[in-house]
Design a protein around this ligand. Sequence first.
Ligand code: SF4
Length: 409
Amino acid sequence: MDVTDWKTERRKTRQIEVGGVPVGGGAPITVQSMTITKTADVEGTLQQIYALAAAGCDIVRCTCNEVEAAEGLAQIVPRSPVPIIADIHHQYKMALAAIEAGVHGLRLNPGNIRKPDHIKAVATEARDRNIPIRIGVNAGSLDPALYDKYGGATPEAMVESAQREIAYFEEVDFDLIKISVKASSVPLMVEAYRQLAEVTDHPLHLGVTEAGPPPAGLVKATAGISTLLMEGIGDTIRYSLTADPVEEARAGRQLLEALGLRERKNVDLIACPSCGRAEVDVIDVANRAMEAFGDREIPLQVAVMGCVVNGPGEAREADIGIAAGNKRGHLFVKGRNVAVVPEHEMVDALVEWAEFIHEHGTDAAIAKADTVKAEREANRDRTQLLADQGLDANHSDDKIVEIRKTVAS
Ligand code: SF4
């Protein structure tokens, strides 16, 4: 095998899409992480999601453990820059509520949602709405029957757990599946994934669970994930660290870059998905910005945000960004407002400031700005927009009513 064969000779898998991000089937390997905020804390969770996206995370998972979390998801999903997956344990109704909230994917643990009727009810709903599900087997929470059958959490027991869940899904004709067989033991997870890769062509999500704090956690996760990646196994990855999740996203990204599986030389443009608050056509501005930056080697994170109400806060980790408000563009550097320009000059100003930052750094950009004036102008437009649009521009309250009905039924 040539030393770089793992980059091209990857295991052939089916492809699924998580909120428009392809996973498997030759798509670039994606980085995932998970928020550690209470999902009911919408603003705090969104801030963490933006920080994760800026750190290179492609897909973010949030826990959906209670009805307040599902209601939070109804507000988070329309404002998230990346697809959101709801993490479900024990209560299948939380999966139904998360679907109602509009999530892009679910993670189910077969070890703790075990009733076939419940599993099939969730898969049927996911099938009807085209939402993929990750079968997230975990060595620490295997079905006790499998534990007894195999005398412990063996690779064979973990693979059988995944296969049983696949069989339930197949009964209702659902196949938008990805699978993980995580363990905190690196040899155990490596062997479980190897065996799983032999018996299924569904895409695989790699991870060493409960790897612990860095640096030991980083070493364990890297050992397990990179061993498999270099065998051509794995379509999406997550570092599970006892640390700020931004460290997980960075580590995942850096590992893929180190293995030559992902590359970043140019602008990393993140943009909000737009929502009821948007003051401009975000897709158009983002496309024009992408075009303006072209192939220039400016390895900065640049954010295009639809509104000044939430944009600068949500994208505070980006090196530079612009948010629309009241026919004006508000430029911000590392979350600090630095200038305001007419709307039609937004893209030019963005490029100009990005070039300055690339040459002189963010501190110099903030130092040259009249931040007091820029912040005052941003506050003025923010207040105006809130007065015009009200507090619930995304009609999330309607979804919350549906969630409550679903959970109460
Ligand atoms: S328009 Fe504003 S609130 Fe909506 S997603 Fe964009 S930045 Fe967030």
